[in-house]
Design a protein around this ligand. Structure first.
Ligand SMILES: [Zn+2]
Length: 127
Protein backbone atom coordinates (compact mmCIF):
# COMPACT_ATOMS: atom_id res chain seq x y z
CA UNK A 1 0.00 0.00 0.00
CA UNK A 2 1.30 3.46 -0.90
CA UNK A 3 -1.54 5.62 0.38
CA UNK A 4 -4.44 4.82 2.70
CA UNK A 5 -7.84 6.50 2.40
CA UNK A 6 -10.01 7.13 5.44
CA UNK A 7 -13.59 8.37 5.79
CA UNK A 8 -15.22 9.67 8.98
CA UNK A 9 -18.37 7.69 9.88
CA UNK A 10 -19.84 10.78 11.54
CA UNK A 11 -19.37 13.64 9.06
CA UNK A 12 -18.11 11.66 5.98
CA UNK A 13 -14.99 13.80 5.66
CA UNK A 14 -12.29 11.94 3.73
CA UNK A 15 -8.53 12.08 4.15
CA UNK A 16 -5.61 10.44 2.32
CA UNK A 17 -2.76 9.26 4.53
CA UNK A 18 0.66 8.38 3.05
CA UNK A 19 2.38 5.39 4.65
CA UNK A 20 5.30 5.96 7.01
CA UNK A 21 7.88 3.15 7.16
CA UNK A 22 5.36 0.80 5.47
CA UNK A 23 2.85 1.37 8.28
CA UNK A 24 -0.58 2.96 8.04
CA UNK A 25 -0.91 5.93 10.37
CA UNK A 26 -4.63 5.80 11.12
CA UNK A 27 -5.98 9.24 12.08
CA UNK A 28 -7.31 9.09 15.65
CA UNK A 29 -9.37 12.26 15.46
CA UNK A 30 -11.49 13.57 12.57
CA UNK A 31 -10.11 16.93 11.43
CA UNK A 32 -13.62 18.33 10.75
CA UNK A 33 -15.90 17.10 13.57
CA UNK A 34 -13.11 16.21 16.07
CA UNK A 35 -14.79 12.89 16.94
CA UNK A 36 -12.40 10.15 18.06
CA UNK A 37 -12.15 6.65 16.52
CA UNK A 38 -14.62 7.38 13.71
CA UNK A 39 -12.19 7.02 10.80
CA UNK A 40 -12.73 3.91 8.66
CA UNK A 41 -10.36 2.78 5.92
CA UNK A 42 -11.86 2.71 2.39
CA UNK A 43 -9.94 -0.04 0.60
CA UNK A 44 -11.20 0.82 -2.90
CA UNK A 45 -9.71 4.32 -2.68
CA UNK A 46 -6.33 3.23 -1.32
CA UNK A 47 -3.44 3.11 -3.77
CA UNK A 48 -1.12 0.16 -4.00
CA UNK A 49 2.22 -0.56 -5.59
CA UNK A 50 3.48 -3.62 -7.48
CA UNK A 51 5.79 -5.76 -5.38
CA UNK A 52 7.83 -8.79 -6.33
CA UNK A 53 10.02 -11.19 -4.37
CA UNK A 54 13.14 -12.34 -6.22
CA UNK A 55 15.53 -15.00 -4.98
CA UNK A 56 19.10 -14.45 -6.17
CA UNK A 57 21.90 -16.94 -5.92
CA UNK A 58 25.67 -16.73 -5.99
CA UNK A 59 27.22 -17.41 -9.41
CA UNK A 60 28.07 -21.14 -9.73
CA UNK A 61 31.64 -20.45 -10.90
CA UNK A 62 32.32 -18.42 -7.75
CA UNK A 63 31.16 -21.12 -5.32
CA UNK A 64 33.91 -23.11 -3.63
CA UNK A 65 33.77 -26.78 -4.55
CA UNK A 66 31.53 -28.79 -2.24
CA UNK A 67 29.77 -25.74 -0.79
CA UNK A 68 26.17 -24.65 -1.22
CA UNK A 69 25.74 -21.37 -3.13
CA UNK A 70 24.44 -18.61 -0.86
CA UNK A 71 21.17 -16.91 -1.75
CA UNK A 72 19.36 -13.71 -0.84
CA UNK A 73 15.80 -12.46 -1.15
CA UNK A 74 15.36 -9.24 -3.12
CA UNK A 75 12.19 -7.18 -2.99
CA UNK A 76 11.42 -5.03 -6.04
CA UNK A 77 8.73 -2.40 -6.45
CA UNK A 78 6.91 -0.49 -9.21
CA UNK A 79 8.91 -0.28 -12.46
CA UNK A 80 11.49 -2.86 -11.30
CA UNK A 81 8.80 -5.57 -11.11
CA UNK A 82 9.15 -8.23 -13.85
CA UNK A 83 12.45 -6.74 -15.05
CA UNK A 84 14.45 -9.76 -13.92
CA UNK A 85 13.63 -13.25 -15.20
CA UNK A 86 14.72 -16.65 -13.91
CA UNK A 87 18.22 -17.49 -15.14
CA UNK A 88 19.30 -13.87 -15.68
CA UNK A 89 22.68 -12.81 -14.38
CA UNK A 90 22.25 -9.45 -12.75
CA UNK A 91 24.07 -6.79 -10.85
CA UNK A 92 21.91 -5.08 -8.27
CA UNK A 93 21.92 -1.86 -6.31
CA UNK A 94 19.75 -1.76 -3.23
CA UNK A 95 19.48 -1.31 0.50
CA UNK A 96 20.56 -4.30 2.58
CA UNK A 97 18.05 -4.64 5.38
CA UNK A 98 17.65 -6.76 8.49
CA UNK A 99 14.18 -7.28 9.92
CA UNK A 100 13.55 -9.06 13.23
CA UNK A 101 11.48 -12.21 12.71
CA UNK A 102 8.18 -12.11 14.56
CA UNK A 103 7.01 -14.87 16.89
CA UNK A 104 3.47 -13.58 17.38
CA UNK A 105 2.12 -11.12 14.79
CA UNK A 106 -0.80 -10.06 17.00
CA UNK A 107 1.38 -9.17 19.99
CA UNK A 108 4.27 -7.90 17.88
CA UNK A 109 6.82 -9.93 19.83
CA UNK A 110 10.11 -10.42 18.00
CA UNK A 111 13.08 -12.78 18.20
CA UNK A 112 16.73 -11.82 18.14
CA UNK A 113 16.98 -13.62 14.80
CA UNK A 114 16.87 -11.36 11.78
CA UNK A 115 15.63 -11.98 8.25
CA UNK A 116 17.88 -10.27 5.74
CA UNK A 117 16.80 -9.00 2.33
CA UNK A 118 17.66 -6.39 -0.25
CA UNK A 119 15.30 -3.54 -1.16
CA UNK A 120 16.00 -3.17 -4.86
CA UNK A 121 16.74 0.32 -6.19
CA UNK A 122 18.07 -0.59 -9.65
CA UNK A 123 19.35 -3.58 -11.59
CA UNK A 124 21.36 -4.38 -14.69
CA UNK A 125 20.93 -7.65 -16.58
CA UNK A 126 24.44 -8.84 -17.52
CA UNK A 127 23.40 -11.70 -19.80
ZN1 LIG B 1 -15.81 13.67 11.16
Amino acid sequence: MKRAWFRCENCFDEVAVPLLNAKVQEPEVCRVCNFKQTMQIIHNFCSFTDKQYIKIQELPELVTEGETPSSLTVISYDTNVDGVRPGDRVSLIGIYRAQPSKIDRMKGTVRSIFNIYLDLISFNVIS
